[in-house]
Design a protein around this ligand. Structure first.
Ligand code: PLP
Length: 444
């Protein structure tokens, strides 16, 4: 691969592609945050990735901390994943019929997350959460869903209220085009607030189908549940006959080998568990694949066994299944140890650099996930309201100094930083070398 020394520093060709894309694609992007709206400047057009590095169309190489927004757990273009996908591709790109590997992937998910007794494969995290919600409503016969402010579950209509992620970046409360009737089916509550949940169940209990929650919030920056919150949420829901959908699209197989739930489960008594879990990102190894899973009796209410409809032309696509299965099989304890080590080292180095430059900040962690929250917080942030008070302008300066120095951060203050198992000492040292300059930029 190309060395940093060969980077040109030019953004001419990225700018040309951005202008060309803007003439044919709204905003020039197929997902809003890629447009650099909150940081400004020229979005880099990427042409290659290898391990912890990506290369743009002008020939600049960056240490990557986006990791395709999560999927690249092992780093980019892991040779064994690429070879497995090439082998599958040579046999056909998809048949619209079942393929042997689908059950193998379902088994691997169930092995890691034992509460999952059945799995349905879909193509995006949005589909997984949308289907889980339909299933919760179908199974309970109730209309309402509770979500938490700042939690993002994809872009289906009912879940776009105060949804963090790109909406937080663009400072939008929700989306135009969602009818009032649809919005009224979602109750948005503050995160980490069991009293608010209790009130909602007291007022609407017999109409609440379920709660959907990120296992650890990571789309408003990283914000893990406070001790007792997950347990209290599950107990309150179950007491009212409502279901719990734990959204592990981002955290699944990344925060730890069994997702963020895996880090929490050991501390909870038997029987305290979500009913449905959604997965995405890592589970597809970089190709479009996501999944929902959960209790057998619930999952078997999906068509063709039950009355809750769900389908997909590309569901269980053999290339995507192969990428996901190969990734999960390679994601062994040693890989998670490397990931954890990289996250520890990076979090510490970033925090030290910022402190040294006098930049007030908080570091939030959830397993191997972390993010930096700029600002002077007397107490640790607990809610979306807290996270929205962060000093976004500091992220902008920090982001650009890092990018100029060859480090690709998420172009939004409200996102997690994604390390990979391929972030070795050399990659971490390259980041460390840029940090003092970026911290100084954030201090201004
Ligand atoms: N749920 C969570 C927690 C997510 O982080 C995301 C995407 O970032 C989604 C759902 C939606 O997944 P997708 O973008 O694949 O539709």
């Amino acid at each position: 691969r190309q060395s940093a020394a060969a980077s040109t520093g030019s953004t001419v060709r990225s700018a040309e592609y951005a202008a060309r894309a803007a003439r044919v694609i709204p905003g020039g992007v197929n997902s809003p945050v890629r447009a650099y709206g909150s940081v400004g400047g020229t979005p880099r057009f990427l042409v290659a990735g290898s391990g912890p590095y990506v290369t743009d169309v002008d020939g600049n190489e960056y240490v990557d901390l986006v990791a395709s927004w999560g999927p690249a757990l092992l780093g980019h273009a892991h040779p064994e994943v690429v070879a497995a996908v090439q082998e599958a591709a040579a046999r056909g790109l998809g048949f619209g019929a079942s393929v042997p590997e689908e059950a193998e992937l379902a088994e691997e998910i169930m092995r890691r997350v034992p509460l999952v007794e059945r799995v349905r494969l879909v193509s995006t995290g949005t589909e997984a959460t949308m289907t889980a919600i339909r299933l919760a409503r179908g199974a309970t016969g109730r209309p309402l869903i509770i979500k938490f402010a700042g939690h993002y579950h994809g872009h289906s209509d009912g879940l776009l209220a105060e949804a963090g992620s790109g909406l937080a970046t663009l400072a939008l409360p929700g989306s135009a085009g969602v009818t009032a009737e649809t919005a009224a089916q979602t109750l948005v509550l503050p995160y980490n607030d069991l009293a608010a949940l209790e009130t909602a169940f007291a007022e609407h209990g017999d109409r609440i189908a379920g709660i959907i929650a990120e296992a650890a919030a990571a789309n408003m920056g990283v914000l893990p549940p406070e001790p007792g919150f997950t347990r209290g949420m599950i107990e309150l829901a179950h007491r009212s006959g409502a279901l719990v959908i734990l959204d592990e699209v981002l955290t699944g197989f990344r925060a730890g080998p069994a997702g963020y739930w895996g880090l929490q489960a050991a501390e909870l008594p038997d029987g305290i568990a979500p009913d449905l879990v959604t997965f995405g990102k890592v589970v597809g190894g970089g190709l479009p694949l996501a999944a929902l899973g959960g209790r057998k009796d619930l999952m078997e209410q999906l068509a063709p066994l039950g009355p809750v409809y769900q389908a997909g032309t590309l569901s269980g696509n053999p290339l995507a299944v192969t990428a996901g299965l190969t990734t999960l099989r390679l994601a062994d304890d040693a890989a998670y140890a490397r990931l954890g080590h990289a996250a520890d080292v990076l979090a510490l180095t970033v925090s030290e650099s910022l402190s040294h430059a006098g930049v007030a900040h908080r570091l939030a962690r959830a397993g191997t996930l972390f993010s930096v929250v700029f600002g002077d917080f007397a107490t640790a942030p607990r809610t979306y309201e807290d996270m929205k008070r962060q000093e976004v302008f500091r992220h902008r300066a920090f982001f650009h100094a890092m990018l100029d120095g060859g480090v690709n951060l998420p172009p939004s203050a409200f996102e997690a930083w994604f390390v990979t198992a391929a972030h070795d000492d050399a990659a971490l040292e390259r980041i460390a070398a840029v940090l003092p300059r970026a911290a100084a930029a954030a201090a201004r």
